[in-house]
Design a protein around this ligand. Structure first.
Ligand code: GUN
Length: 293
């Protein structure tokens, strides 16, 4: 069993991005600039956004955090989106999700200029991904593809089972893994809450992507010997031995599954740290106008 160390890989990739930024600026290019809109005071969202801004500093990007009260109206938020669309210094931006219930996330997503949509959530970019065109890949699937690539994990001809069909993880990951490219060429099964005998489907997998949001959902009896395990889950479970009263676990029963696997991502320190790296790579692409020329 080999651990896929997302924390360390993210550090390596950030160092590579920092070098590219220096070269870009030395050759007369502009400094990449990422903006983030954070609405309300969801503590998890605040942590994620702070982490994204800190990562920008680490690689030499400019960043702008736009904070708005949870009471902001949809029209007011659309106005903020419009301003970022029109600001030539901002290369890309994200609207941190979830948004307050009175705001229609889809309406906001549709208003983001596709060329600045570094989250890769706009239908134009998802469509481009489905067609295999140059695009901004969504952060979590992109991070996992990077992991498979950098650890030289063979995917061609393998059977990949994705658990969970969310718009931002399961569905795009199932598309990417089936694409005709180095990290792709898998036969993909996308499983979800209506899948009959999910355990039997997962047992057939050479590569398992667990993105269901349930602690320890994938147990050892569901895993074939030698499978590759990518665990997207970040679940809080009560732990009174910790000062904060909880610990983070993935969707995979790591302790019992790890010995059966060939490669496995830990939680924390696996897929999570790679998502920010993806966002930085997309922002660099936006700055260089590599997708929309
Ligand atoms: N909330 C959880 N994950 C994400 C993400 O990747 N992007 C944004 N904008 N919000 C999120």
């Amino acid at each position: 069993m080999q651990l896929i160390d997302g924390k360390s890989l993210a550090k390596t990739i950030k160092a590579e991005i920092a070098i590219e930024v220096k070269q870009l600026i030395a050759s007369g290019g502009k400094t990449p600039h990422l903006a983030a809109i954070l609405v309300g005071d969801n503590p998890a969202s605040a942590v994620y956004v702070r982490n994204k801004v800190r990562s920008c500093d680490q690689v030499g990007f400019h960043s702008t955090l736009v904070r708005k009260e949870a009471s902001i109206t949809q029209e007011e938020l659309l106005e903020v989106v419009k301003e970022l669309n029109e600001n030539p210094d901002i290369d890309g931006y994200i609207v941190q999700l979830p948004l307050p219930k009175h705001i229609d996330e889809e309406a906001i997503n549709l208003a983001i200029a596709p060329e600045k949509d570094v989250d890769g959530f706009h239908p134009m970019n998802i469509g481009r991904m489905a067609l295999g065109l140059e695009t901004y890949l969504p952060a979590t699937p992109f991070g996992m593809v990077q992991m498979l690539d950098r650890y030289n994990i063979e995917t061609s001809g393998k059977h990949c089972v994705v658990i969970g069909r969310s718009n931002i993880v399961g569905t795009p990951m199932s598309l990417l893994m089936s694409r005709k490219m180095k990290t792709g060429n898998c036969t993909v099964t996308l499983t979800h809450s209506r899948t009959k005998d999910l355990a039997a489907e997962v047992r057939r997998a050479d590569i398992i992507v667990a993105a269901i949001g349930m602690p320890n959902f994938v147990t050892a009896d569901m895993v074939k010997e030698g499978a590759v395990i990518l665990d997207v889950g970040i679940n809080r479970v009560e732990d009174t031995s910790r000062k904060r009263g909880y610990r983070l676990v993935g969707d995979v029963d790591f302790e019992n599954v790890a010995p059966k696997s060939s490669f496995i991502t830990p939680v924390p320190g696996g897929v999570g740290p790679m998502t920010v790296t993806s966002l930085l790579m997309n922002t660099l692409k936006a700055c260089r106008k590599e997708v929309y020329k």
